[in-house]
Design a protein around this ligand. Structure first.
Ligand SMILES: NC(=O)c1ccc[n+]([C@@H]2O[C@H](COP(=O)([O-])OP(=O)(O)OC[C@H]3O[C@@H](n4cnc5c(N)ncnc54)[C@H](OP(=O)(O)O)[C@@H]3O)[C@@H](O)[C@H]2O)c1
Length: 331
């Protein structure tokens, strides 16, 4: 028999690595915040390519042992996936000083994951911030991975007004924000993705688009100040050759060999290869300001309720997702 005083919540539990059906709706114990944590009533979360990779363990063979060491051998140690959330603070721990009950927040949950549930606890000092006033929870939920990764890497790339910026993999979660943020830095932006995503890229401000199924941007003779390879699929040496002098190559999904070669290029040439690090709360605050100034918005392809999350994973697995897929929780 369940103890009477234990509160319950709905959550999606990842029972093992595998196809979307490994995600199962369960009633589990509702978490309580530690002293330095806030309890968030989740209104929206997302399904990212990263979530699908973690669910299915579809990583390059060499990385799989590392992922198993980091996240669990037979299935994810953190059984509730979900890296992006937006919701309302329901209660705060005794040592929480700045955030208050009732505040509307958005967050990247980090390695703790935990977004696929009615409630999650996050540290006050984690990567969370008060939600932009002009965004719904659904929209704000897309900022924690897509917006954060795009802003953080473009800032490191120091994009200047008038520079030519190419975003490879521009049609997904990170890429759609990268296009808009590079535009607000004054970049002349080329978005590279598959045929069905090009109109959407134009609609969010891309000056030029390239269909990667028809044309290889590293072979068309064009030169760029910044190449942001979101997806990690461009040829390293040809991308470096497509950079102008003092150009920057931003690696959103770097391979070990690219990191090693990148170090050499950055030391020996005027070009810089930039990768690594993770987002901070201050990046979320900056992102919030861009949203509130109307300079960036989220692209939402589909919404699914929490109960139908396996269907959402099946859709994201197809690779057709434009921008983001949002999961509404307790609507
Ligand atoms: N916390 C995180 O989840 C996190 C953080 C950092 C990086 N990452 C990694 O960063 C990568 C991008 O993340 P995301 O969330 O933006 O993924 P996403 O939403 O799936 O977007 C990737 C985009 O790249 C396109 N694409 C695929 N192959 C391509 C190619 N050869 N050339 C150009 N475009 C191509 C895809 O379109 P088509 O499918 O139509 O081809 C899709 O529109 C993922 O590998 C992810 O694992 C994830």
């Amino acid at each position: 028999m369940k103890p009477l005083n234990v509160k319950r919540m709905k959550a999606i539990v990842c029972t093992r690595y595998g196809p979307p059906d490994v995600l199962q709706l369960k009633e589990i114990e509702k978490p309580s915040p530690e002293d330095d944590e806030v309890l968030i009533r989740v209104h929206a979360t997302t399904v990212t390519a990263g979530d699908c990779g973690l669910r299915s363990l579809k990583f390059p063979l060499l990385s799989q042992p590392l992922v198993r060491i980091g996240f669990g051998f037979r299935g994810p140690r953190m059984k509730i996936l979900g890296q992006e959330v937006a919701g309302e603070i329901e209660s705060v721990g005794n040592a929480v000083r700045l955030l208050k009950k009732g505040e509307q927040v958005f967050a990247w949950t980090g390695f703790h994951l935990g977004g696929y549930a009615e409630y999650t606890c996050l540290r006050e000092g984690g990567v969370l911030a008060v939600k932009p006033v002009n965004m719904s929870y659904d929209e704000a939920a897309t900022l924690g991975v897509g917006g954060l990764e795009a802003l953080r890497l473009l800032r490191k790339g120091n994009v200047q007004s008038g520079e030519r910026v190419l975003i490879n993999g521009a049609g997904g979660s990170i890429g759609t924000f990268a296009v808009q943020i590079a535009k607000c830095y004054g970049g002349e932006v080329t978005g590279v993705d598959s045929t069905g995503k090009l109109d959407m890229l134009r609609s969010i401000g891309a000056d030029d688009v390239i269909d990667y199924t028809q044309e290889d941007f590293t072979k068309n003779g064009q030169m760029y100040d910044v190449i942001f390879d979101v997806i990690g699929k461009s040829s390293f040496s040809r991308s470096i050759r497509s950079l102008k002098e003092n150009g920057r190559y931003l690696l959103g999904n770097p391979r070990l060999s690219h990191m090693v070669r990148g170090g050499w290029v950055s030391r020996r040439t005027g070009k810089k290869v930039i990768f690594g690090g993770s987002g901070q709360a201050e990046d979320l605050v900056m992102l919030k300001e861009l949203v509130q100034e109307g300079k960036t918005k989220s692209v939402i392809d589909r919404r699914y309720p929490l109960e139908r999350i396996a269907e959402a994973h099946r859709y994201v697995d197809t690779g057709q997702k434009k921008g983001n897929v949002v999961i509404t929780v307790g609507a």
